[in-house]
Structure formats: C-alpha cells, structure tokens
Design a protein around this ligand. Structure first.
Ligand code: DAK
Length: 254
C-alpha cells in the first residue's frame, strides 16, 4: 500500500516508521492513523521485522489534527480513529519503541505512551495540552500516563496542559532514556531487542500488559501458563544450552 503521511524503512530486523507531515508538525489526521494501522498489520506478519520504531524528523507529533476535530459532535468524536490504532500498537506482539525529538503533544504523546519504550533527545517537549482546547486527553492519556508516572504527576500534566522537557520526563519515568540522538539510540536498543527470543518477548509483553487489566489471581495464572509455554520453544532449549556451553545463543523465533 502506498503511504502519504508515513514512510517505512527496514534496517536489519528493525522496522522504522517515520511520521511525515512536517508542515503541521506531524499532527495526526485520520489517514495517518489508518496508515499506521496498515503498517503495523504488515509488520505483524513479517518475520523479518522483530522490533518497530516510530519516529518523526524534527518533531514526533504535535497532537491530533485540531482542524479535523473542530466541528465534531460527540458521535463523531467517539468514532475518531485513534483508540483502535493505539490499542493495536500496545498489543503488537513485538517491542515498539518511540524515538522522540521536538514536540510530542496530545495525541502525539498518547501514541508514544502506547509504545513499550520511549527514548527522547534534548529537543523533546512532551505534554498533554488538550485542556487548553476545552477537552482532555482521551486517546489513552488518562489511562496510560498515570500507570506510568503515577496519578499525581499525571494530573499535574493533564490539568495544567504544560509540556515538560526530556530531563523532567526522565525523572518522571515518562521516558526510558534521554539520548543525544533519539533515533540512533533507539536503533541500538532495537538491535539489542532483535537478538532476544521473539516468543518469550511477546509473552512477557502480554503478561505485563495484562497485569494492569486483570486481577492479581488471574494475572498470576496467566503468567504461569505463558511462562510454561516457553518450554515448548526451540529458543528456550537454545538459550539454556548456550548458557551451559558458555556461548552466545542464536534465537530463531521458534
Ligand atoms: N493540529 C493541526 N495543526 C497543527 C497542530 C495540531 N495539533 N499542531 C501544529 N499545527 C500546525 C499549525 O497550525 C501550523 O500550521 P500553519 O499555520 O503553518 O498552516 C504549523 O503546524 C506549525 O505550527 P505553529 O506555527 O503553531 O508552530 P509553533 O512552533 O509556533 O508552535 C506548537 C508549536 C506545537 C506549540 C503549536 O503548534 C501548538 O500548540 N500546537 C497544538 C498542540 C496541541 O494542542 N495538541 C493537542 C491536540 S488535541 C481521541 C482522538 C485523539 C485525541 C484525543 C481523543 N479519541 C478518538 C478519543 C487527541 C487530541 C489532541 O491531540
């Protein structure tokens, strides 16, 4: 499928998605969201892609496109496409990294929050300014942000609408790393993750995601079943054998 607002690249086993709407600071419109869904669908089935990075050139994304939303009634607002796309990214069975430069605001930050790992550089400004538009972050912001940084800090960001810089985001636990070059660092991290056993990674991601949504007993049970199923993989045998034989494991995803 041809893409108008994103571009796709592959580097070894890493898929890189670049948001490409620079004139609007990569503000996310409906088509862009549909293109993201399509890209993730393609790469879910692609065994050669083991990790995905989402990034933007100068800016990550300055939010959902405000022009699109201006005349929405509540019905149209509910149907606006973001929820499904961000849930798809959160549930994607491979690690997803956000490499953040410049603005990551509103729906842009919510996109980054749906990723597993966030790396930013010094130019990054992260915030949820929706309150200044008479709305509040509704594409997972009130859910994912407090889980990540706690309710008090999430309320501070959401109520004030004030963006924070990368240093503060690091202190808050909103980003995993502050790097000189966010994309270069994300590529290195992705290469490291691509060398891990994909099935165990996928199961670990599922367990962590589920842990927040189901009660403790069920989460324990789910973890046990998922953990035990690793022993049906070749990669488990390989990982343990390699340890015993004092060599580096070669994981194949089987
Ligand atoms: N939408 C549309 N255009 C935008 C935009 C946005 N979010 N952000 C920037 N632009 C456009 C500007 O209109 C301008 O276009 P031209 O005037 O050149 O045509 C161009 O990008 C450059 O922006 P500025 O001239 O404003 O650049 P500055 O450096 O002066 O300022 C800024 C940069 C990022 C501080 C400023 O552009 C700004 O405040 N942007 C808006 C940030 C914002 O409020 N973001 C949150 C949007 S609300 C949901 C789905 C989605 C959402 C929630 C729920 N459901 C389905 C439940 C998400 C909502 C949002 O994200």
């Amino acid at each position: 499928m041809p893409y108008d607002f994103i571009s796709l690249d592959k580097l070894e086993k890493t898929g890189i998605i670049r948001l490409q709407r620079p004139a609007a600071l990569n503000a996310l419109n409906h088509q862009m969201i549909k293109e993201l869904e399509q890209a993730f669908m393609e790469w879910e089935a692609d065994e050669n892609v083991r990790v995905v990075i989402i990034t933007g050139e100068k800016n990550f994304a300055a939010g959902a496109d405000i022009n699109d939303m201006l005349d929405f009634d509540p019905e149209q607002a509910r149907a606006f496409s973001f929820h499904q796309c961000f849930a798809q990214i959160e549930a994607f069975p491979k690690p997803v990294l956000a490499a953040i430069s410049g603005f990551a605001l509103g729906g842009g930050l919510e996109l980054a929050l749906a990723c597993d790992w966030r790396i930013a550089d010094k130019t990054a400004r992260l915030g949820l300014p929706e309150i200044n538009l008479g709305i509040f972050p509704g594409a997972g912001g009130t859910l994912r942000l407090p889980r990540l940084i706690g309710a008090a800090r999430a309320k501070e960001m959401i109520f004030s609408g004030r963006p924070i810089n990368a240093q503060k985001a690091l202190e808050y636990g909103l980003i995993n790393e502050l790097a000189d070059d966010a994309l270069a660092e994300a590529i290195q991290t992705a290469e490291m993750l691509a060398s891990k056993p994909p099935i165990a990674l996928k199961l670990a991601k599922q367990c962590i995601n589920q842990a927040f949504d189901i009660d403790g007993m069920k989460a324990n049970h789910f973890e046990l079943i998922a953990w035990a199923s690793c022993f049906a993989t070749r990669d488990q045998k390989e990982g343990m054998k390699a340890f015993i034989e004092k060599r580096k494991p070669e994981f194949t995803g089987t």
